[in-house]
Design a protein around this ligand. Sequence first.
Ligand code: HAS
Length: 545
Amino acid sequence: FNPKDAKLVMAHFYVAFIALFIGAFAGLFQTLVRTGKLMLPASINYYQILTVHGVLLGLVLTTFFIIGFIFATQSKSCGTYSERERRYGWIGYWMMTIGTLISAIFILLGEATVLYTMYAPMMAHPLHYIGLTLVVVGSWVCGFVVFHRHFRWKKDNPEKVSPLLSFMGVSTMIMWLIACLGLAITVLVQIIPWSLGLIPTIDVLISRTLFWYFGHPLVYFWLLPAYAAWYVIIPKVIGGKIFSDSLARLSYILFILFSIPVGFHHQLLEPGIDPFWKFLQVVLTFLVVIPSLMTAFALFATFEIRGRELGATGLLGWWKKMPWKDVRFFAPFMGMLFFIPGGVGGLINASHQMNQVVHNTVWVTGHFHLTVASAVALTFFGVMYWMVPSITGRKLTPAINKLGLIQTWIWTIGMLFMSGSMHAAGLIGAPRRSAFSTYAGNEDTLAWIPYQIAQAVGGSILFIGALLVVYIFFYLAFKAPNGQEDFPIAETNNIAEPVPPIFENFKIWIAVCIALILFAYTIPFIDMIQNAPPGSPGWTSVIGR
Ligand code: HAS
């Protein structure tokens, strides 16, 4: 692996794992506060640590790890970056790092206690938003590096199908860029002028709608790199092949198309949006489930084909043939298992009537701890265990492999307790995003307490899991013995259909994606602007209605 590319990748991973270390402390304190047994010192506010937790783990850890991962897999599959591409990679990295530091300072000063979702009506110090803008713009610069490397490869190999991992990196970044437009508009046009005092108020509905236009694809920005590992890395780790290159590409194309025009499923209970458009976006939400079902199908097929090669029989005979003692397989596999209830929870959330039961309860927190904090996080850990030694010229020793297996079990057990009790408490009405309160000894509230204690037990176990993975990361980066570690990239099964050339034509998919966005959002936005209540003229003064 090219050492200069390795340096760039590792720089991203250092920030990601430092974010995990600090974010995990904030998570532990949150679960303890919610039991009612721990009081934070008066100088620290519950929402401040909730913001630290959400921003560091949901935004910083993920974005830095994902960009490092895409750089590494692209450098390996397309060949190393040119000096110029690498220079831009570093520019993007420093923009993101400086942006993170600025935002972190204002969160720690208590000037930006607005949670990771940061939409109006809560307001932070303008520099917090400017810091986050730098993070996003830095990630775009990195995105352009990924595009450039991909199309340079295409130019050098005009007749060939592009490497699958690079295709996946490009698809992820296309979706990310289009999604970020919503965030950029609300932050630059509404929120920053408002927080600077240039405009007195802003339209909260428009701000939230623009945020969720971005917020839902954000979750697929987290998911798609994990899917890349499931489709391309895991088959190699188990000694098999990719079930179908075309199927994998098609599922990424479907994510480009359907990830974005679905933001209303986060706003189903919000007034001011016509039910027809909510219904339409719920239908589109169910369409974005299809590529995940395709992924599940492809994974089962991969496991079964490999199992049969090794002599397995029957429907689930493959189970006995998998390399359970190899953390590179075991950690992502546990992530896959978590994603089954996580996905089912998503379907429940997206169903309009059921959303009324779960919205704004701690059920939703349980849902995203199964998806991003389990399926995605365990896959990232599984990748880190081999990627760090592989690109830095070290070895994943048997002892560290074993420690990784223990870490995966700790995370799994902690999450079962924490997320399980979050789901249960949510169904009996426990709100999300709230510090401990018995609401003056209300009976319903008292029923939540045992679940909140179970959450704290799970949260404490998870905290140990987080410390362990951070330790393993730094050990692998600095202390593990020198050697060679495999960079596992699977080949495609030769019985699979060849990739249709249209799959590589991103222009078509971007055009369809934009058409779908315009269809799903134009009339609702016209409605919102026309029906903006008097007193929400921040929007008016900017647009000049
Ligand atoms: Fe979600 C809220 C709907 C997926 C994250 N979601 C959130 C929030 C986050 C989040 C962070 O409709 C909270 C935002 C906030 O702060 O307010 N979500 C969905 C749907 C899906 C979905 C329909 N979410 C995700 C993923 C996330 C994520 C992925 C992060 C990575 N979500 C919602 C809705 C809300 C929501 C509403 C708003 C709720 C509210 O009211 O506020 C779908 O994409 C899920 C599809 C997934 C599947 C599972 C496929 C299974 C696979 C594994 C196969 C396993 C194998 C191993 C092969 C259908 C691929 C098996 C081996 C054996 C032996 C069995």
